[in-house]
Every structure is written in C-alpha cells, then in structure tokens.
Write a protein that binds this ligand. Structure first.
Ligand SMILES: [Zn+2]
Length: 213
C-alpha cells in the first residue's frame, strides 16, 4: 500500500497507521460509534470481503461490543431490521474503486430521495398498501422494474463524466451526495430516474425478501 488512502475523511499513510487507529477505537470499549470513528469504520465495513451479507437490509448503527468468542472487543453492525452481526476489520481490504462505487450509489439514492417520498406520500397517498400482500403496515418504496442498480448501470452507460468525488449528505454520516459542480449530472440522473424507474409499494417483509435476492 504505497499511496496514502482515505477512509471516513482521514488519510492514512500506512497500514500500520490504520491498524493503530482501529486499535484505539476498540480500546475505547463498548459503545455506539459516532462522528469521525463511525465514518472510518463505516467505510471499512463497505470494504469487507462479504460486505453485502454483513450489511444485509442496511446499516442502522455500528457498535463496539465484546466478541462472541471471548472477552475482546470487536465491531458489530446493527441492521435496519435490528439483526446484529460482528465483522472483522482484517477482512476489509482497501480498494479505492470499490469505495468510490459505494459512495456513488449513495449519492444516486440521495438524488432521488424526493421522488421516492413523493411517490409514497403524494401519488400513493390514499393507496398505502403492499402491492404483493395488501397489508398497510410498514410500507416502503421499492424499485420494481428495473431494479435500482440496473437503472444506475443503464444511466452510466450513456455517460463519460461519471463523478468520483462526493460531499457528505446532511443529517447522516452514512450518505453522500453529488457535489455542486456535478449538479448537471445529478439533474440528468433525476430526469432519467423519473422517466425510466417504475416504483411500487411493498411491506417491509416483502421488500426485505426482495433485497436479499
Ligand atoms: Zn407484503
């Protein structure tokens, strides 16, 4: 690892520097991570060799807690569905491309957040039920056809100026947004999403089941 690498806004010059940082976070004892520490460990989790399975339905919070195997501390992800799982930072391999891809996905989602809430609370205002089972509880918006990442892939296929840097989205450390200088790109994506995306409402159960596929 020659060049300095960035995680959660901190530049680490060597692997040893990162190891040292991680050790300190773990030595801080049991707690829910916040601020800078959360930003770094969150980025690390995205780089885990089994990140998709670890993240599952989405990250609600990241904690330092004792390991199932012994008294030492390790990292735990608490998912949106409240299930928890530990992860080893030794399995997190730094890859700039992968980190950028992850951040970009987050920026794509941030850009269309308003379309999602408009769909749920305006268009479907009086039809708040799961399109599969009809329940009215825990209703969420799903990308029916095509799935979200396919839509992103199709959009990027027509672009040559795909952004690689992003800003923090306000209100949460988990999400990025496109920079102001990429406003044109952001608008083009919003337009594309509006025209090509087909949304539907699903109950939490059906939405989670779909995401796992
Ligand atoms: Zn349902």
């Amino acid at each position: 690892m020659g060049k300095p690498f960035e995680l959660g806004g901190i530049y680490f010059k060597t692997q040893k520097e990162l190891d040292e940082y991680i050790r300190k976070v773990l030595e801080g004892g049991e707690r829910v991570l916040e601020g800078q520490e959360l930003a770094v460990i969150h980025d690390l989790l995205l780089l885990h060799s089994d990140a998709d399975a670890k993240i599952g339905t989405g990250i609600k919070q990241i904690e330092v807690k004792r390991s199932r195997q012994g008294p030492h501390y390790c990292f735990w992800v608490v998912r949106e569905d409240s299930s928890i799982e530990d992860f080893s930072y030794h399995k997190c391999k730094y890859s700039r491309d992968r980190l950028i891809e992850n951040r970009r996905e987050s920026a794509y989602r941030e850009a269309i957040q308003k379309q999602i809430t408009d769909y749920k609370y305006v268009q479907r205002k009086s039809n708040q039920y799961c399109d599969i089972c009809g329940t009215q509880e825990s209703i969420q918006v799903d990308h029916f056809q095509p799935p979200f990442l396919d839509l992103v892939g199709d959009f990027e296929g027509s672009k040559s100026d795909i952004p690689v840097e992003f800003e923090e989205a306000e209100g949460t450390l988990y999400s990025k947004r496109f920079r102001e200088c990429d406003e044109g790109y952001r608008c083009a994506w919003q337009m594309y999403h509006k025209q090509q995306g087909v949304l539907r409402l699903l109950c939490k159960n059906h939405n989670l089941r779909r995401k796992r596929k």
